[in-house]
Write a protein that binds this ligand. Structure first.
Ligand code: FEO
Length: 169
């Protein structure tokens, strides 16, 4: 049985993961609008993974006999000042997610809620990968700068990213 405080925090995280999905879908749209379909593909896959994160928490809460209150999802940022700005904002967003996961984990530790701690360990590990991916791509787009040929090579590389459903791994 989850405490009211922990349930509220888990609910907020579910809603924030949906907002993350919206944020990356908006970034995908922006990339399409500047003819970078490989970058758009990267963000579309990212948006799907965020839905998986939301559902992992959602399913857990119901397994623990709690319930989720879905909230209105905030409107994400739609316009960006170029591809570097997109990755800068993406990287900052992932750092914010990490902070939220840590705060959630703090509550779980305070309450000695070990099953929630175990679940959140998965998210903590995932955030290492998420931050690293964004930081690596931020460095790449900075290095590419105004070099259009290099930008399109990177766009081709990102076109290859494929969504892997969690059920199949
Ligand atoms: Fe759900 Fe990108 O963290």
């Amino acid at each position: 049985m989850l405490s009211e405080k922990l349930l509220k925090a888990l609910n907020e995280q579910v809603n924030f993961e949906f907002y993350s999905s919206y944020t990356y879908l908006a970034m995908a749209g922006y990339c399409e609008s500047i003819d970078l379909s490989g970058f758009a593909n990267f963000f579309r896959v990212q948006a799907k993974e965020e839905l998986d994160h939301a559902m992992k928490l959602y399913d857990y809460v119901y397994q623990k006999n709690g319930s989720i209150e879905l909230e209105q999802v905030n409107k994400p940022q739609i316009e960006y000042d170029g591809i570097i700005d997109v990755f800068q904002k993406g990287y900052e967003h992932e750092q914010l997610v990490t902070k939220k996961i840590y705060l959630l984990t703090d509550i779980a530790y305070e309450e000695r809620e070990h099953s929630t701690i175990s679940l959140l360990k998965w998210f903590i590990d995932e955030q290492v990968e998420e931050e690293n991916n964004f930081n690596a791509l931020l460095k790449k787009v900075r290095r590419v700068g105004d070099n259009q040929a290099a930008l399109y090579l990177l766009d081709d590389e990102l076109q290859k990213r494929q969504y892997v459903s969690p059920q199949t791994v």
